[in-house]
Design a binder for this molecule. Structure first.
Ligand code: ADP
Ligand code: MG
Length: 388
């Protein structure tokens, strides 16, 4: 992170001819297990990664406030007087404007500033550059205003900005882990109670490897809403408020009810994924807390199979990555992470074998698909902070 901070400070000084007064940072994240469980009121288990969005800022002598994104090579004016409204079209600066607006509405009094934003979280890569941008912006608002938000409130006002200004109806996971992450810990998050539980993940012998398949399949746009609807229907057929409230035996005995429905078979499989994935997520957190790597790894493989067979959100490239990982010496567990149809896998590996594993995945995946993956290892990183 230090290189990124120094680069960002330097860019600020080049643009504004003075040193930055405030520096904030917030990380991206990876979800270890618990996919499509959030909107079923269930559990997710993310950790912050060693990739950050950094913001360097200083007072502006003009009336306007500006934000410059190094990643987008663009400077945009933002409103700090509480008069901002969501625009019709989503732009990158909307994430910042929405966050600042919600901070102001919740008591942060801002003064005009200039800011440089710089991120090494890949944009749109499924590692939540968007939440890291929002949380870094909210942290900037805190230091400029001298106004501390409760971390949970900070996460929620960032989530609200993403809903309203990016028109993305996301759950609470990304903003929670970026705002509240602790170094050396993953976070078991109950999406119903919004209670985070920190689980130590700090054994130097074990690392987390993220592999980006570098494929994103063109979707018709109905995949996500279809699955939400199928989950809602399944909960209704089971007579529970959310699938979080159902058990596998309950689902088995309701099979005849599902069979009577035209799309009953699909809804049954969707429910089976969510119910078993919830159990796996809680069990994986328990296993990691005990450093029972074998159990955690098995649950990750099972999660992948469930996303492939029951929830049907994997694609061939992602299945290939998971299969390659499974065969390699030193891989403890592996699965797709994120919403699906491409994106990344996350694997638990023996740290001492990282370079051999990376090399093998690189070679075998490229041979099988003709695509080069992007691979990096990370430990569980610190959540948002004000550095200066
Ligand atoms: P993800 O969160 O998985 O990276 P999203 O589509 O949710 O993908 O968010 C990516 C969007 O967030 C970008 O297209 C851009 O609009 C905005 N964004 C994130 N980081 C930055 C940044 N450093 N500079 C400008 N915009 C950013
Ligand atoms: Mg995002």
């Amino acid at each position: 992170m230090n290189i990124l901070i120094n680069d960002t400070k330097k860019i600020f000084t080049e643009r504004f001819g003075k040193e930055a007064e405030w520096i904030t940072a917030a990380p991206g994240r990876v979800n270890l297990i618990g996919e499509h469980t959030d909107y079923n009121d269930g559990f997710v288990f993310p950790m912050a990664i060693e990739r950050y969005t950094v913001i360097a800022a200083g007072k502006s002598l003009a009336a306007e406030s500006t934000v410059f994104s190094v990643n987008k090579s663009e400077s945009v004016n933002v409103l700090i007087d509480g008069s901002a409204k969501p625009a019709d079209t989503v732009t990158w600066s909307g994430y910042v404007q929405g966050t600042l607006q919600n901070c102001v509405e919740n008591g942060a009094k801002l003064q005009p500033f200039n800011a440089v934003i710089n991120s090494n979280v890949p944009l749109g890569g499924g590692l939540s550059s968007s939440a890291s941008l929002e949380v870094a912006a909210a942290t900037l608002a805190e230091v400029i205003a001298g106004h501390r938000f409760e971390p949970v409130q900070k996460a929620l006002l960032c989530q609200k900005a993403e809903h309203e200004y990016a028109k993305m109806p996301c759950g609470i996971m990304d903003q929670f882990i970026s705002a509240l992450g602790q170094k050396g810990c993953a976070m078991l998050l109950d999406c119903r109670s919004r209670m985070p539980k920190m689980i130590p993940l700090d054994d130097p012998a074990v690392s987390v490897l993220i592999v980006n398949s570098n494929v994103k399949h063109e979707l018709t746009g109905s995949e996500y809403p279809d699955r939400r609807r199928q989950c809602e229907k399944a909960a209704k057929l089971l007579g529970v408020p959310f699938l979080r409230d159902a058990t596998l035996p309950q689902l088995e005995s309701a099979k005849p009810v599902f069979d009577k429905e035209p799309d009953g078979g699909v809804c049954y499989r969707r429910a089976k994924h969510v119910i078993t994935e919830n159990d796996r997520t809680v069990a994986a957190a328990e296993a990691l807390a005990k450093r029972d790597w074998k159990t955690a790894g098995r649950l990750m493989y099972e999660s992948h199979a469930s996303m492939r067979d029951d929830f049907e959100i994997t694609v061939s490239e992602i299945d290939i990555l998971a299969d390659i990982a499974r065969r390699l010496d030193g891989v403890i567990g592996s699965r797709m992470t994120g919403g699906g149809f491409g994106g990344c896998t996350v694997s638990l590996i023996e740290s001492s074998k990282e370079s051999a594993i990376t090399e093998a995945i690189n070679k075998e995946y490229t041979t099988a698909t003709g695509i080069k993956p992007t691979i990096f290892a990370t430990t569980a990183a610190q959540g948002s902070c004000a550095i200066k």
